[in-house]
Write a protein that binds this ligand. Structure first.
Ligand code: CU
Length: 390
């Protein structure tokens, strides 16, 4: 009887864990979108169904073994002549039960959830395009007040904390912090268009319940409607290379009025940046800006020191590209020259044309030519980048 008591205690614990669903420590993170909530409900329902099946099957099994034991005079089935009718009967009954559970009791809520995930049409008031690239996210607002806002979102955890042998304290949001967060209004259905520029990525925020693989050359879609203001964190969920663990997603969900303030501020910031492209920059200013841009965007492959990780990521220190002239005699930038590489990329290196503004590109090129062990001495002005783009 001791044995049955133990089973009883075990079952009681399992049933008790169902009530633990209320606290999310044991379960999915707290859902903040209708999609995440629906998925959680489906998950809980399925857990309960699986548990009932488990308990019923185990109970029948334990009862059968115990009640029909040999010492009571029961004979093994194998010793009796087989009955085809009984065999078929006992195969069809569980089959019918499982069919009912799978297709009706589990199928209907799962279907509801999937349809909900696919429905990007209804009531979507704004569209954000998300591009994954090795190893960062790019966000672009395609309509509404925020139309024209676009930026790159890079990991902002200090390099030192990621170095081998680092002993100090790590940030609270270690590897889950970025320089530019995606900002979305609360309560608004946002359609998300997703693509990638190099390999597969996956923009995933667990609390949103939406996850979709970003595929180069394809535009895929999903949606989010954040119901609760707050900061939500996620990661790239598709193994995408060396920096896969270094491209987090951080989303700020703001109430509509605060969101509008953010949009206005961001637009002003962008206008200021493009105005900066027309003035003449000093070498010091470009170098300072260039260092920031380099360490944010380029150091992940070419390393902070410029030594690179050959052969995949060549060194910039002493590199032919970074030390030979940028412009030809006709005044146009040279093909395969420094500016060409930065604007258009090559092989695994993305083109930075769409990701960085004129000032940032001019600054990073100037920096690469006059730091990292290089000392070419020349300066690239933002206005030259602007002309080069045209
Ligand atoms: Cu990725």
């Amino acid at each position: 009887m001791q044995f049955f008591k133990k089973i009883g205690v075990g079952l009681a614990l399992m049933v008790a864990s169902v009530s633990a669903f209320a606290e999310y420590a044991w379960n999915f993170p707290e859902p903040v979108t209708p999609m995440a909530l629906d998925t959680l409900h489906v998950h809980n329902k399925f857990m309960a169904i699986c548990m009932i099946i488990f308990v019923v099957v185990l109970a029948i099994m334990v009862y059968s073994i115990f009640a029909h034991r040999k010492s009571k005079g029961y004979q093994a089935v194998a010793d009796k002549p087989p009955s085809t009718a009984i065999e078929i009967f006992w195969t069809l009954i569980p089959f019918a039960i499982l069919l009912l559970i799978d297709f009706v009791i589990m199928g209907i809520p799962a279907y509801h959830s999937v349809v909900m995930m696919e429905d990007t049409r209804t009531e979507a008031k704004m569209v954000v395009k998300i591009t994954g690239s090795q190893w960062r996210w790019q966000y672009e607002y395609l309509d509404g007040d925020a139309k024209g806002i676009k930026f790159v979102s890079n990991l902002s955890t200090p390099q030192a904390q990621m170095d081998k042998g680092y002993q100090g304290a790590k940030d609270e949001n270690y590897l889950l912090e970025v320089d530019n967060r995606l900002v979305l209004p609360v309560g608004e259905k946002v359609r998300i268009l997703m693509t990638a520029s190099d390999v597969l990525h996956n923009w995933w925020v667990p609390q949103f319940g939406s996850s979709r693989v970003a595929v180069p050359g394809f535009l895929r879609e999903t949606w989010v409607q954040v119901e609760k203001p707050g900061t939500y964190r996620g990661q790239c969920k598709e193994l995408c290379g060396k920096g896969h663990g270094y491209m987090p997603v951080v989303v700020d969900a703001l109430p509509m009025d605060e969101y509008k303030v953010w949009v206005a501020a961001k637009k002003e910031e962008m206008a200021k940046a493009s105005a900066g492209a027309d003035k003449e920059w000093t070498k010091e200013d470009l170098m300072a800006e260039g260092k920031t841009v380099y360490e944010k965007n380029c150091a992940v492959c070419h390393q902070v020191s410029g030594a690179g990780l050959p052969p995949a990521f060549p060194a910039l220190t002493g590199s032919k590209v970074a030390t030979s002239p940028i412009f030809g005699e006709d005044g146009k930038y040279l093909k395969d020259g420094h500016l060409d590489r930065v604007l258009n990329g090559i092989r695994v290196m993305p083109g930075w044309k769409a990701l960085l503004n004129d000032v940032e590109i001019a600054a990073v090129v100037t920096y690469e030519r006059n730091a990292l062990g290089n000392s070419v001495g020349d300066v690239l002005q933002p206005s030259q980048v602007k002309t080069a783009r045209e």
